[in-house]
Design a protein around this ligand. Structure first.
Ligand code: 5CA
Length: 444
């Protein structure tokens, strides 16, 4: 992408409404634009990151055996009358009336809608277990929308719904979700700690939230230092191995880790003092097992092997996809701007022409651009007629992992320069050999 042909509305000034770094940097780097409180347009750079996160979430859900669907944003209020949540959900729900006077709502979550799909098509244990998931916009009329996409009113969420014939199988679905979530966060370069949680309006009595530690997080968290040592790493996961999955879940959830909602100071005090830590965290996901709460009220029954009928066991599992964009920035930035981890970076590299108007450097930039694009890499070419300082500041702000710097002096000696945004390290690469050497460097 040539920058002069792109749409990258950088803000020069710090926006006064932004209280936290991620919100400020998302506005400054032209990723989002607020349309009303807690509701945003996603501009090209922001959309690219959002879609990369979405893709990683989808891949890990599919790897766990979960099936993608797409449910609508607008739901009929009647389904929520059946479950009893129409009034319980309160003023966070945006209620709408259609032209026939029918009650509709903008979905804050989808337990009712998915239970309706399930009961219309599945009636036997033979079709179980099943998990259906989608990634769709949600609306919650939050009392205090703030921190940009962190607490929006409209936000992008992955929500998955598991259906099982009995409790044992439902717990396995829950555990599978936990592992697939841990893997998702690790692929994004984030450490998210599962913490025992309250269930709120979703219901049930068994739930974990996933928290990324960050000073600007809205939740206060208490945890055993040991919990931060756990990671899945390169471990291969067999999602059909119930015991194996349960053992991994146990290893992650056994150390004390709770948010202030479920914190138990007496239990916490039993840990040796040097292991007792408290911090703030961003909730980037939550999983729930709530048994038959919705299947009973909405009459979603299945036939068991012995011919008896029973209500299907359910759980729901969410990831805050748009919130993750903010969480990733909170975890990856410096004074100059964002530092995208490569898997979610909007572009892998940017070519910076140090001398606009110089035919030779322009030609080289164009050639590098063509080479990289034809090698399948997503690169930006800063071909603006701007001062070099402005170009560097822009690229440091928007956080592209690699800067390929092309200037007449280096070129005359047969070199170009490669700078890694994260540590600022610069390497000279001989230009005659540019394609292979550059490609190798960018593929690490
Ligand atoms: N139905 C369940 C599981 S699918 C559910 O709705 N869970 S939730 O309420 O915990 O939401 C799932 C995730 O969405 C949260 O962990 C959080 O990361 C994200 N989320 C919730 N509210 C907001 C909000 N107002 N703005 C941005 N993200 C949010």
């Amino acid at each position: 992408m040539y920058l002069t042909k792109y749409f990258l509305p950088i803000l020069k000034e710090n926006p006064s409404e932004a209280q936290i770094t991620s919100h400020r940097l998302m506005l400054r780097s032209g990723m989002i634009k607020q349309s009303s409180a807690g509701i945003y347009s996603w501009l090209p750079l922001g959309l690219k990151v959002l879609k990369k996160i979405e893709q990683i979430v989808i891949e890990e859900q599919v790897a766990a055996g979960h099936i993608p669907i797409l449910m609508p944003t607008i739901q009929p209020a009647d389904l929520w009358k059946e479950s009893g949540r129409l009034n319980d959900y309160g003023s966070e729900m945006l209620r709408i009336e259609d032209r026939h006077g029918r009650g509709m709502l903008y979905g804050p979550t989808n337990e009712e809608l998915v239970t309706d799909i399930f009961r219309s098509h599945i009636t036997s244990y033979k079709d179980l277990p099943k998990t259906l998931f989608h990634i769709q916009w949600k609306f919650r009329d939050e009392v205090r929308p703030r921190f940009g996409v962190m607490r929006g009113r409209e936000f992008f969420m992955k929500d998955g719904y598991s259906f099982d014939m009995d409790r044992e199988s439902a717990i396995h679905s829950y555990n599978r979700h936990m592992i697939s979530y841990l893997r998702t966060y690790e692929r994004l370069g984030l450490q998210a700690i599962p913490m025992k949680a309250d269930t709120g309006p979703i219901g049930g009595d068994y739930s974990h939230e996933f928290l990324v530690l960050a000073e600007t997080g809205e939740s206060e968290v208490f945890y055993d230092k040991k919990v931060t040592d756990s990671s899945l790493g390169e471990r291969k996961i067999d999602y059909s191995d119930k015991q194996g999955i349960a053992a991994i879940v146990e290893s992650f959830t056994q150390p004390y880790a709770r948010t202030d909602e479920t914190h138990d100071q007496n239990l916490f005090n039993k840990l040796p003092p040097e292991r007792r830590l408290s911090a703030r965290g961003i909730e980037v996901g939550q999983i729930f097992y709530f048994g038959t709460k919705y299947s009973e009220s909405m009459n979603a029954e299945i036939v068991l092997p012995d011919g008896k009928r029973t209500f299907v066991e359910m759980g729901s599992h969410g990831i805050g996809v748009s919130r993750l964009v903010g969480a990733l920035i909170e975890a990856n930035h410096d004074d100059l701007g964002i530092i995208w981890p490569t898997p979610v970076a909007p572009f892998l590299a940017v070519i910076i022409n140090l001398k606009h108007g110089d035919k030779k450097t322009e030609k080289v930039c164009e050639k590098i651009y063509e080479n990289l694009v034809s090698a399948g890499l997503d690169v930006l070419y800063d071909d603006r007629d701007e001062r070099v300082g402005v170009k560097f500041a822009t690229m440091d702000l928007i956080g592209i992992p690699w800067q390929i710097i092309v200037g007449p002096r280096d070129l005359s000696e047969g070199f170009i320069e490669l700078k890694f945004r994260k540590d600022g390290k610069r390497t000279r690469i001989s230009f005659s050999d540019c394609s292979s050497e550059l490609l190798n460097a960018l593929r690490v």
